[in-house]
Design a protein around this ligand. Structure first.
Ligand code: ACK
Length: 221
C-alpha cells in the first residue's frame, strides 16, 4: 500500500488523559452496579434483553475496549468520505496535540452500548465535522439535532456490537427528547437523575458534569 494512502489515521478525536480515564471508568462501573439492582431496571428487563427470565450483570454484559476517547472524525485511513478535507482543516492542524477540557454531562445505557454524552463548547465545535449528525439511514431524526449531538465516549459494547453504535444510541435518545419525550423519571441517584426512554434505553443526567482533560490527536490503530 503506498504511503500516501495510509497517511491519514483511523480517526481523529480527544483522548482522555490516564488519571481521568480511571475516574470515568469507575463512575461508569458504579452506575452499572447500581442500575441493575434497581426495581425499575428489573421491571424493564424484557426491553433490555430477550432472555427475560435471567438477571443481567451489566458489568459483565458490556466489554470495554481501548483508550477512552471522543471521536471527532472517523477517517478509516482516508477511505471515509470527507476524511482528507477534515485533516486539511485549519482548526485540525492548529489544534492537533492541544489539551482540552471535555464536559461529560450524562451517562447512557442501552441493550447495545454504554457511553457518556460529551457536551462540546464553542471552541471544541470548531473541530466537529459538519456531517457527523447526517446519519438519517440509522437515526432518521438525527439531522435535525444541533451539531455536536453525537459527541460521546464509548464505555462499553455488548458482545458483537460495533463501537460506532454508541453514537447512534445517543442520537436516538436526544431525538426523543427533541420530540418532547422527557423520559420517565425513575430515580434521583447520587450521581443525578435517571430517566427511562423505553426499549431498554436509560439516561443518567449528571448533577455535576465530569470535567475530563483530553488531548486532541489521532489514532492509527
Ligand atoms: O466509540 P467510537 O466513537 O466509535 O470510537 C470508535 C472509533 O471510530 C474507532 O473505530 C468510531 N467509528 C467507527 N466507525 C465509524 C463511522 N463510520 N463513523 C463514525 N465513527 C466511527 C468508533
Amino acid at each position: 500500500v503506498p504511503l500516501e494512502e495510509t497517511s491519514l489515521p483511523l480517526f481523529f478525536g480527544w483522548f482522555l488523559l490516564p488519571g481521568i480515564q480511571d475516574k470515568v471508568r469507575c463512575t461508569s462501573m458504579d452506575f452499572l452496579k447500581t442500575l441493575d439492582t434497581l426495581e425499575a431496571f428489573k421491571k424493564h428487563l424484557p426491553d433490555f434483553t430477550v432472555e427475560a427470565e435471567k438477571e443481567v450483570d451489566l458489568e459483565q454484559y458490556f466489554q470495554a475496549n481501548g483508550v477512552l476517547h471522543c471521536t471527532t472524525k472517523f477517517c478509516d485511513y482516508g477511505k471515509a468520505e470527507g476524511a482528507k478535507e477534515y485533516a486539511d482543516k485549519l482548526a485540525v492542524k492548529e489544534l492537533y496535540g492541544s489539551a482540552f477540557e471535555l464536559s461529560l454531562s450524562a451517562l447512557f445505557v442501552t441493550p447495545r452500548t454504554v457511553g457518556a454524552r460529551v457536551s462540546l463548547s464553542e471552541d471544541q465545535l470548531t473541530l466537529w465535522p459538519a456531517d457527523a449528525e447526517e446519519v438519517v439511514s440509522v437515526v432518521p431524526a438525527a439531522a435535525t439535532l444541533p451539531a455536536g449531538s453525537r459527541a460521546h465516549i464509548t464505555l462499553g459494547c455488548a458482545e458483537g456490537v460495533e463501537p460506532q453504535q454508541t453514537g447512534f444510541d445517543l442520537l436516538e435518545i436526544l431525538a426523543l427528547q427533541q420530540e418532547g419525550q422527557e423520559g420517565e423519571l425513575v430515580e434521583e441517584m447520587e450521581l443525578g437523575s435517571l430517566a427511562y426512554y423505553g426499549k431498554g434505553r436509560w439516561l443518567l443526567s449528571l448533577r455535576e458534569p465530569i470535567s475530563a482533560q483530553a488531548c486532541f490527536s489521532s489514532l492509527y490503530g
